[in-house]
Design a protein around this ligand. Structure first.
Ligand SMILES: [Zn+2]
Length: 426
């Protein structure tokens, strides 16, 4: 992360939750089969163990399909290109990251993805099967059939952070809604807002790895993927503090989170330290010192608006007490999220011992937004640096982060959210 070494923002004073990495369960590749039939080619990956995978593609040649398998063990024979059948001209596997593998399938005739599904073991069949059905199509149709990516989330951010439109004034010439329009106009269920903060950016590169990897870049790559995974779950409104290589001040990140009405804030970083053998993820929440600092800033700025409750009218003393209550509640929520994060990351990526630490981190200071800073790995460690650059590792780690966000809201967030909105928090 670079803060501890360069900026000195971090002052550790307490260590709390413990976590130990569990065993990884790797799937094993048994083989690949092709079933060409007219305009459709079925590709079947036979696997021992359930596959964890992500599908990509690009327009090289007649089109190229790539499948990243997380935790897949290959035999050396799998790693050579060989001829395919049907739409597949040739295919092969390459190791990706520490425990993953990427399948590369080059089309000899352009096709789109018709369907992707996994067949569980059943009856006499003891293996899992990942099935990809391809159908003849042109290149735009192929690219459109790939799982969606977010090359530019600027519009998403603008939408999420725009002030709520005034509902009091209807347009001048309003036509009375028909009954069917009324039905459609029912408000959509409120989504939980998650702010994802890729650390550093622009002129501030953060820490640097031995092979030259810049922290700002791996932070952004992880954040964009996490945004994509969470978007797909359909439950969250996602706000990113940056989607490009831009520098944003820590207080601007915090302000953005508060203005977006964040229910949760997660900052993604990669740690660095002189001891190069040290590796693993760690999780930070705001310390008591940080809370005091936050309270001081609030007092200086007369900012007592938190938890949908404007306490400024109560005057400084009462406002301060309410702020303290809000902070206690937020710190509890942050710690619960930190625990969920550690639980879900355990076994998916190395973790530091005693990985939940608290620190006075400026970016976590919003008194009313549960916030966590995740140091995904040590960029100063060669293996961790390779992981940070690996799409396979990234997919596995960010899926675990997304799972931890789901778990946090299921166990705690919804209740808190409901009580805030009901105004019964105090
Ligand atoms: Zn950092």
């Amino acid at each position: 992360m670079g803060h501890r070494l360069k900026v000195g923002l971090l002052s550790l004073f307490s260590w709390t939750v413990f976590a130990v990495a569990g065993p990884l369960e790797a799937a094993q590749l048994l083989g690949v089969r092709f079933g060409p039939k007219g305009d459709v080619t079925r590709v079947v990956f036979d696997l021992m163990g359930a596959p964890d995978y992500a599908i990509y593609g690009d327009d090289s040649g007649n089109g190229r399909l790539m499948i990243d398998f997380i935790d897949l063990s290959l035999s050396p024979a799998d790693q050579a290109y060989r001829p395919g059948q049907g739409h597949i001209g040739r295919y092969g596997f390459a190791a990706a990251g520490e425990e993953g593998a990427r399948a590369v399938l080059d089309f000899n005739k352009t096709a789109k993805i018709k369907e992707v599904f996994v067949l569980e073991p059943a009856g006499a069949v003891t293996k899992h099967r990942l099935v990809v059905d391809l159908e003849t199509a042109d290149m735009p149709a192929f690219l459109a059939s790939l799982p969606s990516r977010y090359p530019d989330l600027t519009a998403v951010i603008e939408q999420a952070t725009a002030p709520a439109p005034a509902t009091a004034e209807p347009p001048a010439a309003t036509i009375p809604p028909s009954p069917s329009q009324k039905e459609v106009a029912a408000p959509p269920p409120e989504r939980l807002t998650v702010v994802i903060d890729p650390g550093h950016g622009g002129a501030d590169p953060g820490a640097q790895g031995q092979s030259g990897t810049l922290e700002k870049n791996v932070n952004l790559a992880a954040a964009l993927l996490l945004a994509e995974i969470l978007e797909k779950r359909g439950r969250y409104k996602i706000v990113l503090t940056r989607t490009g290589d831009t520098r944003i001040r820590p207080d601007a990140r915090e302000t953005l989170a508060r203005n977006a009405g964040a229910d949760l804030f997660i900052s993604l970083h990669a740690d660095a330290i002189a001891q190069r053998e040290l590796r693993g993820a760690s999780v930070y929440t705001l310390s008591e010192q940080g809370s005091e600092r936050s309270a001081r800033i609030a007092k200086e700025e007369g900012d007592y608006v938190f938890y949908d409750l404007d306490a400024s009218s109560y005057g400084e003393d009462v406002g301060g007490i309410l702020l303290k209550k809000a902070q206690d509640k937020t710190n509890t929520a942050s710690s619960l999220f930190a625990e969920s994060l550690i639980e879900n990351l355990s076994g998916k990526t190395p973790l530091l011992n005693r990985t939940h630490r608290t620190g006075d981190l400026r970016v976590l200071l919003a008194p009313d937004v549960p916030a966590v800073l995740l140091e995904m790995a040590f960029i100063s460690n060669a293996k961790d640096e390779a992981n940070l650059n690996s799409p396979v590792w990234r997919a596995r780690a960010m899926k675990a982060v997304a799972d931890s966000i789901d778990a946090y809201f299921e166990e705690y967030g919804d209740r808190q959210y409901a009580s805030n909105r009901a105004g019964g928090a105090y």
